[in-house]
Design a binder for this molecule. Structure first.
Ligand code: AMP
Length: 192
């Protein structure tokens, strides 16, 4: 099963993706984490993208597409991916469709975690203390929320037209969200 998970920054995409990956033996493909790893490892790509990430803007489509193709093309992960942070724009939706077609795969479920801006601000200030993400200042969090609304909300409208999209209330507790997502996954028959 391939899953796409959406939600504004601080919605709990990463936490929920890790949980689903473990429970259903899937692989969490977090483009944000892959990009942060490049910065941490001081690679050439990392130095190119660090200012973009720290300003809350999106990295170029090509860079992210090359990163995800490595996983989509690898048989180990075939039909076992959770896309956490991709696609983030309509151009990326088209690119993902092309890549999945190329490697004979498809999306089975699209999850959207809905959370208010107030909750996001609160969560991000907590996460900043725990994880020290440079893009987690309140100002950048608001910028990332805005980028999400401008670029990613149209993507959700696109998936609304398919029957793959399911909404999850991201305002409740981590464990309640776990249960809601598990129920949605379990309700998809015949994917094992
Ligand atoms: P995230 O961890 O998903 O919140 O991503 C952190 C940052 O990485 C984003 O604010 C973007 O700068 C960059 N990023 C992650 N995924 C993408 C993507 N699909 N396209 C472009 N930039 C991305």
């Amino acid at each position: 099963m391939n899953i796409v998970i959406f939600g504004p920054p601080g919605a709990g995409k990463g936490t929920q993706s890790k949980f689903i990956a473990q429970k259903y033996n899937l692989f969490q493909l977090s483009t944000g984490e892959l990009l942060r790893k490049e910065i941490k490892n001081k690679t050439e790509l990392g130095s190119k993208i660090s200012s973009i990430i720290n300003s809350g803007e999106l990295v170029s489509d090509n860079i992210v597409s090359n990163l995800i193709e490595k996983f989509i093309s690898n048989d180990i992960y075939k039909q076992r991916l959770i896309f956490d942070g991709y696609p983030r724009s309509l151009a990326q939706v088209r690119n993902l469709e092309n890549l999945l077609n190329k490697y004979n795969q498809k999306i089975d479920l699209v999850l959207k975690l809905s959370v208010s801006l107030d909750t996001i601000k609160k969560r991000i200030s907590e996460r900043k203390t725990q994880e020290k993400r440079l893009d987690d200042s309140e100002e950048i969090a608001i910028k990332r929320f805005k980028t999400y609304e401008d670029s990613t909300e149209p993507v959700i409208d696109y998936y609304k037209k398919s029957n793959l999209l399911k909404f999850v209330n991201g305002e409740t507790t981590i464990s309640k969200i776990n249960v809601e997502i598990s129920d949605l996954i379990d309700s998809i028959k015949g994917w094992h």
